[in-house]
Design a protein around this ligand. Structure first.
Ligand code: MN3
Length: 245
């Protein structure tokens, strides 16, 4: 059984600006898709593009291969590069004492870090339908959803509605909120705005148009409905376990 750590080890790596970046396509072209039972990253990803624990076409027909490839190898890769570039520029500012661009750079860190963080989670909480993806949760995560939302059906309706109504580009997210120990659904605008401080996202759906437009065009609701078929509940459960530890 392969883990995310093993995938990361298989991925080609290169050192850029002091950080390790995985080559986006290195591990996918010649590696057969693995059983996605454990897709949550086993350790720190760092500022590197994580390999997907499945092939680009593995989530079809719900998410098409072209969308997955562009989304992962172009969009997510750009957030990783943007994060490294911004961190590098801030380090340069510290050494030169010139903080004239600090507002811009702080925004760049928040935006690109948000993109890197959320996409890394996004890939890992999905799996092919019938092979880790879809169905309904079981065990502790199912009980927690029942307690905090009343039922899985009510949770699903609220989550779908939140994702649908994100204004512009953003995310529908499920957080564990340590202050009261509850699960809460939130909307993120872009990748960093209206965040819940201290909350730990344990699942989320990307509702930027780049996540669905090729297949679903303007029909975001259809994409959200299809997406439930590729949610990897065992991975979500692992995120919850880690968040509550
Ligand atoms: Mn995206």
């Amino acid at each position: 059984m392969s883990t995310r750590r093993e995938f990361l080890q298989k991925a080609g790596t290169a050192v850029v600006a002091g950080a390790v970046i995985a080559s986006p396509l290195a591990s996918l072209a010649d590696t057969p898709p693995a059983q996605p039972t454990t897709t949550r990253p086993a350790g720190p990803i760092g500022f590197a593009l994580p390999s997907l624990p499945y092939a680009y076409n593995a989530l079809e027909p719900y998410i098409d291969a072209t969308t997955m490839e562009i989304h992962h190898s172009k969009h997510h890769a750009a957030y990783v590069k943007g994060l490294i570039d911004a961190e590098t520029a801030i380090a340069t500012a510290r050494s030169s004492g010139d903080f004239s661009l600090i507002q811009h750079l702080s925004r760049q860190v928040a935006f690109n870090y948000g993109g890197h963080y959320l996409h890394s989670m996004f890939w890992s909480i999905m799996a092919p339908y019938g092979n880790g993806g879809g169905g309904i949760p079981s065990g502790a995560i199912a009980e927690k959803i029942d307690v905090d939302f009343g039922s899985f059906d009510l949770f699903k309706k609220q989550f779908s509605a939140a994702a649908l109504k994100v204004e512009g580009s953003g995310w529908g997210l499920l957080h564990y909120r340590p202050m009261d120990g509850k699960l809460v659904i939130s909307q993120a605008e872009k990748q960093q705005d209206i965040a819940l401080w201290g909350g730990t996202p344990i699942m989320g759906i990307d509702v930027w148009e780049h996540a669905y437009y090729l297949k679903y065009q303007n029909k975001r609701a259809d994409y959200i409905e299809a997406w439930w078929n590729v949610v990897n509940w065992s991975a979500v459960s692992e995120y919850l376990t880690t968040a509550t530890r």
